[in-house]
Design a protein around this ligand. Structure first.
Ligand SMILES: *Cc1c(COP(=O)(O)O)cnc(C)c1O
Length: 426
């Protein structure tokens, strides 16, 4: 494969943009090499500036669950844009969006739109602090809740990928208010709540973690968390920025039949435009301004173009829930295929999969938390990544990111992907 244009663009970008990218993992720093610059995408395929085609397993880190340039979304954006792109005043499409989300996620009683998953999580935690009058939060090692200061402690995603231990610029008093526990370790959560009575405002968790690979909650873990929250008047926040509308219409909450107090959304909810949202119990949400005094605002929040894009996507997912079974089936075929090939090659591996989220870890042990994810062979992953890229398969450029499967991926794409895996050698 030729990457001349990408190489030239990367050199040019680095003169103007830190590391040449506007979000760190895109730079390929941990896997090495030059990031490919994307020109366009359609369905399951990305096309780079050099004209190479890739089967896409990132799908914009989630939003493209129905594939790229999905026609109804493109049409809706085009039509809406004719009426201007922003007003800074309320619009009907915001209500339609709120009504639809409430239909899909029934325990959302009130919802506020923001512009990113980061903003959603940051605002949800501020609300929990304002509501409880407490300062501390508990998060889990390897979970990523965006780049707000409180969350950059033992964070997953790019922070883990780049091996950053503590983030310069995050003041120590902020970091001190973020307590951490290993994922799936309820004893440690109980210990923290006992060590800090009446100090913990919220527990925030990815109900299925997708920022250290794809990691499942142990049986009963989420229910135990909920119990601890009820006993200690702690607000339980499910960060469903990744899992929301992906694992089921109602996200992980529906899948595991459990309800959090507050839920954060991002990624799919914007249909590829910058949208986040947080919502949940009215009793808590009514503390948000202008109803209450917990201030939260945004010039472009609820932007009509972003709303219509997200609404169009959510509406399709809501009316065709069989999509989720189809996605799960496809993903299972892919995982089983990769497993068989790697086994034949005697390459120790673990594959985690839930619905259309999956991750391939190069280690024989079970991957259940950040420690076990870290213990895998990242050098081998990097080699695998580049082999796949050169074979026309675009995987997340990090051993700590989940792969996302889209509905536009067909049997032939999976076949081509498996052939590429079959040609991988140590
Ligand atoms: C992506 C992600 C975020 C951050 O969302 P941005 O839109 O990138 O700010 C937060 N939480 C989870 C679980 C995510 O996957």
């Amino acid at each position: 494969m030729i990457h001349t244009k990408s190489q030239q663009l990367f050199e040019r970008a680095q003169n103007h943009i830190p590391g040449g990218v506007n979000s760190p993992v895109r730079a390929f720093k941990s896997v090495g090499g030059t990031p490919v610059f994307i020109k366009k995408a359609k369905g399951a395929y990305l096309f780079d500036e050099d004209g190479n085609r890739y089967i896409d397993y990132i799908n914009s880190w989630g939003p493209m669950i129905l594939g790229h340039a999905h026609q109804p979304i493109i049409d809706a954006i085009r039509a809406k844009a004719e009426d201007s792109t922003s007003f800074g005043a309320p619009t009907e499409v915001e209500i339609q969006m709120a009504e639809l989300v409430k239909k899909m996620v029934p325990n959302v009683e009130l919802i506020r739109m923001v512009n990113s998953g980061t903003e959603a999580c940051m605002s949800a935690v501020r609300l929990a602090r304002g509501y409880t009058g407490r300062n501390k939060i508990i998060k889990f090692e390897g979970c990523y809740h965006g780049h707000a200061d409180s969350f950059l402690v033992k964070a997953g995603s790019g922070v883990a990928t780049l091996g950053i231990q503590s983030v310069p610029g995050v003041q120590s008093y902020v970091a001190q208010d973020t307590l951490t526990a290993p994922y799936n370790d309820i004893e440690e959560v109980v210990r923290l709540t006992q060590a800090h009575p009446n100090e913990i405002a919220a527990i925030i968790i990815e109900p299925v973690a997708g920022n250290m690979g794809c990691i499942f909650p142990a049986t009963g873990f989420l229910n135990s968390l909920k119990k601890v929250c009820i006993q200690n008047n702690i607000v339980l926040i499910f960060d469903e920025v990744m899992t929301g509308f992906r694992l089921a219409r109602g996200g992980a909450q529906e899948l595991f039949n459990i309800q959090a107090d507050l839920i954060t959304f991002g990624k799919i909810i914007g249909g590829g435009l910058p949208v986040g949202a947080f919502g949940g119990r009215k009793e808590i949400m009514q503390h948000i301004a202008p109803l209450g005094n917990v201030y939260q605002a945004g010039t472009l929040s609820g932007n009509p173009i972003a709303m219509i894009a997200g609404y169009t996507l959510l509406n399709e997912l809501n009316t065709n829930p069989s999509i989720y079974q189809a996605l799960d089936k496809k993903t299972k075929v892919l995982c089983e295929g990769i497993h068989q090939i790697l086994e034949q090659k005697h390459i120790p591996h673990t594959i985690n999969q839930l619905g259309s989220m999956m991750s391939v870890h190069f280690g024989a042990h079970r991957v259940v938390d950040f420690e076990s994810a870290k213990a895998c062979d990242n050098t081998l992953f990097n080699k695998f990544f580049h082999h796949m890229l050169e074979s026309g398969v675009y995987l997340p450029p990090s051993a700590y990111e989940s792969w996302f499967i889209s509905q536009s991926l067909v049997k032939e794409d999976i076949q081509q992907t498996l052939e590429a895996v079959a040609h991988f050698s140590l």
